[in-house]
Design a protein around this ligand. Sequence first.
Ligand SMILES: Cc1cc2nc3c(=O)[nH]c(=O)nc-3n(C[C@H](O)[C@H](O)[C@H](O)COP(=O)(O)O)c2cc1C
Ligand SMILES: C=C(O[C@@H]1CC(C(=O)O)=C[C@@H](OP(=O)(O)O)[C@H]1O)C(=O)O
Length: 422
Amino acid sequence: MLRWLTAGESHGPELLAIIEGLPAGVPLSLDDLRADLARRKLGHGRGARMKFEQDELHLSAGVRHGLTMGSPVGIRIGNTEWPKWTEVMSPEPVDEAVFETGRGQRLTRPRPGHADLTGMQKYGFDDARPVLERASARETAARVALGAIAKRLLAELGVRTVSHTLAIGTVRVPEGTALPAPDDVDRLDADPVRIFDSETSERAVALIDEARKSGDTLGGVTEVLVYGLPPGLGSYVQWDRRLDADLARALMSIQAIKGVEVGDGFETTRRPGTAAHDPLFATDDGIARSSGRAGGIEGGMSTGGVLRVRAGMKPIATVPRALHTVDVATGTDATAHHQRSDVCAVPASGVVAEAMVALTVADALLRKFGGDSLAETRRNLDAYVAAVPDALRTTPDEFDGPDDDRDVDDTPMGDSLSEWRV
Ligand SMILES: Cc1cc2nc3c(=O)[nH]c(=O)nc-3n(C[C@H](O)[C@H](O)[C@H](O)COP(=O)(O)O)c2cc1C
Ligand SMILES: C=C(O[C@@H]1CC(C(=O)O)=C[C@@H](OP(=O)(O)O)[C@H]1O)C(=O)O
């Protein structure tokens, strides 16, 4: 079982992360982690801070000579912004004068759409600073570093992830666009909005530019795919063992994510049953699914097909054309506090979503296969896969229905076959 926690404030000295439960022998380098941290900062629409802040990464525990040791792995990510915030975020008491000017001024105009007001009520603050410091998505840097570790473990077990942007505001990748594969990651990262379709990408960039000009912000939808999973991760036997539920929780925990879909998600609700599921066929290579509408999860378990989940992000809440609020120091109407901010962070949210999915799937793999060393985990996984009887064996990939050139028996569905490929 994997457990992980993060700590740290947006303008504090550093972010901290601990992950426990990794087997020994997983190859891990600072470069693996740095590469994903750099990907998280990409994306047209991000604010100035992404350009000048460096993620100063330290691997503080659990790794020796490039291999995990089975002990907890500890990470520190220094905020290079820290020198400007030493007084405002000092752990020691500071002079009252710090709160009178500049950065230290108490934030008494809570921003709608943020944790500000409710956090002040809940924790008893007269200043939103301590709330927004921890609620900020700066924390996602720590999650992405943890996710990079999970991805390294997954790669050793033949499992690979890829994320891409499906929609920004009203601009959406057309139905039927090919799904990216793990080898497409570099191409996706080179795109300004991490969209797999260049024409849609150009329209999304233009929409972000328009939003920036008019002092507005945008949200969107991101999708994560996982290739190479065995069938049977998670379980239907208890509510808290369902893989889809774990993934939904992991994705919903990301700042500003307001909806999660598994596979075709809500689109499935608009289809008749004959066009909503993934029929099974006998092929020479084993049982095959004609489509991947369920997103590779049935009954709370991975099917062994491509796992596909989506996360919908609300528009950035720190809107430059500041939203209406109340100054809680005076009780009068006001406009919300606004400094710099992202206009759109959907491409970055995809990298964060990929990290959360990788952590969740790695946890599910370790729950099923255990192992104190990577060799033991791999042995257990291989033995399980090898023990699936031939009659129940599934092919790893969805195929394109009965017109696919595999040898299939399509009699059970008769005339409605053509409707399957919606
Ligand atoms: C990668 C990423 C970057 C974000 N950047 C900003 C930002 O610059 N400004 C902002 O107001 N919100 C930003 N957000 C969203 C806020 O952190 C989030 O809306 C806020 O913490 C309130 O949480 P909630 O929307 O989950 O209720 C970002 C979110 C993510 C995932
Ligand atoms: C710092 C990061 O994202 C921040 C997330 C964020 C928010 O409100 O969530 C607000 C902005 O921070 P600031 O108010 O300091 O400009 C973003 O830059 C990061 O992703 O590394």
